[in-house]
Design a protein around this ligand. Structure first.
Ligand code: CTP
Length: 412
């Protein structure tokens, strides 16, 4: 379901110190399943060789020397027409000016002129060159013609300046490319709210009660929804994982904060997927100062937290939103029975049950072994899968439910 899989990407590399990042980008795209053809400008070959790109992509990398080869008259047309996406990273000020002008004096410029596919440009240059009105006008023109401009970022530049001009990191560019290809997915135009991580319930200013949830499964769910073109609000308790590109993150700590964030995000959402491990109880009193050991072991009184899923599911008939509500059941025993009870009690469309005591499933690891139990009585036992694959299975089911929900005529 990774939307980059099988895509043909034409990577243009132009003369900047950021060329080394382009090799990493080519490698990441190849690992994501794309066929990457690289074109280097003459200036780029001063920084990096075609061989580097050939080694990481397993495909030929072209230079202006190939323009006048035996198949010269078709090379740029062939490359341009086969491409699903043209990425120019790094894109220098000179290349941006040439693209804006429609120059046709190099293999890359010729190919860019001939290409009709979407294009993504990642500028890299010194701060003053970037802010120059000529560069800004070129970028504006290229954006108006439909190019997606990614970056540049603020930071340390080769000149020693700290300014805007650094090429965006390859991982972030990869995220933008993923988003570009996801635009036509089955969840296009749909808003999906995903929660992730374990809530933290404060005891005093330095301590909290929490659980082992890493947030990995929730983040994988958010990515899978983005890969289908959804608009994703990711309500999370963790800062340890990178936010999937395109997701709107909302950082919370406690169950009460998560409830507020979920209620707000769900006002305009079609889907809620609660992958977070929400603490059922919180300390009844939060000490304003650090609890000192001299006063002896404290007795901590707990008070129940709101059940977020149950609250949202109950409000559903009033607001008609979300159309699909999915929960997780973290169990250490009687998996199916306990999950079935939660499914019904919380009024869910389906529940993802996992045995969190298994060493290869549940908290922190990259794999999961889950059973999907539907409100319609279906039970689907999935084998050991990566959390990414589990997320894809969950989203496939969500798409089906959503299609059924929107196809159904509304009752008067
Ligand atoms: N959940 C919730 N609000 C809570 C507790 C849990 O929304 N206060 C959600 C979780 O995000 C999950 C589902 O309910 O999607 C089931 O959570 P789980 O911890 O397995 O079950 P609990 O309802 O907390 O019951 P128990 O702890 O007794 O197993």
């Amino acid at each position: 379901m990774n939307p980059i899989q099988g895509k043909r990407i034409l990577l243009g590399v132009t003369g900047s110190i950021a060329c080394y990042k382009a090799a990493d980008l080519a490698s990441k795209l190849t690992q994501a399943g794309a066929q990457v053809d690289t074109i280097l400008t003459k200036a780029a070959t001063q920084f990096i060789t075609p061989l580097t790109f050939q080694a990481v992509t397993g495909r030929r990398a072209y230079t202006d020397g190939d323009l006048w080869g035996h198949d010269a008259h078709v090379l740029h047309i062939g490359l341009a027409h086969q491409a699903d996406l043209l990425v120019i990273a790094p894109a220098t000020a000179n290349t941006l000016a040439q693209l804006a002008q429609g120059s046709a004096d190099s293999l890359l410029n010729l190919t860019a002129l001939a290409a009709t596919c979407p294009r993504l440009l990642a500028p890299a240059m010194d701060g003053g060159m970037y802010t120059h009105p000529a560069t800004q006008a070129n970028l504006q023109l290229l954006a108006e013609r439909g190019a997606r401009i990614v970056g540049p970022e603020e930071g340390h530049l080769a000149s020693g300046l700290v300014a805007r001009g650094r090429m965006t990191e390859p991982l972030a560019i990869l995220g933008h490319i993923r988003q570009l290809f996801a635009q036509s997915g089955a969840l296009r135009g749909r808003r999906v709210v995903v929660t992730a991580g374990g809530t933290r319930e404060p005891l005093d200013p330095v301590r909290f009660l929490s659980n082992h949830s890493s947030g990995k499964q929730g983040y994988a769910v958010a990515q899978a929804a983005l890969d289908l073109g959804a608009e994703v609000v990711l309500i999370t308790t963790t800062t340890a994982l990178p936010t999937p590109s395109g997701a709107q993150p909302v950082l919370v700590n406690t169950a009460a904060e998560m409830l507020d964030a979920v209620q707000q995000a769900c006002q305009a959402a079609e889907v809620l997927i609660m992958a977070a491990a929400v603490a059922d109880f919180r300390p009844a009193q939060v000490a304003t100062q650090k609890i000192k050991k001299q006063t002896g072991a404290p007795t901590i009184e707990l008070t129940p937290n709101p059940d977020i899923l149950a609250t949202l599911a109950q409000q559903r008939p009033l607001h008609d939103r979300p159309l699909v509500v999915v929960g997780f059941a973290a169990e250490t025993e009687n998996l199916a029975t306990n999950a079935q009870v939660k499914l019904q009690k919380k009024g869910l469309d389906f529940i993802v049950a996992n045995d969190v005591s298994a060493p290869d499933a549940g908290f922190a690891v990259d794999t999961n072994r889950v059973t999907l139990l539907g409100a319609d009585g279906t039970v689907e036992i999935l084998p050991l899968l990566s959390k990414t694959e589990v997320a894809e299975q969950i989203l496939q089911r969500v798409v089906k439910l959503l299609n059924n929900a929107t196809a159904k005529p509304k009752l008067p």
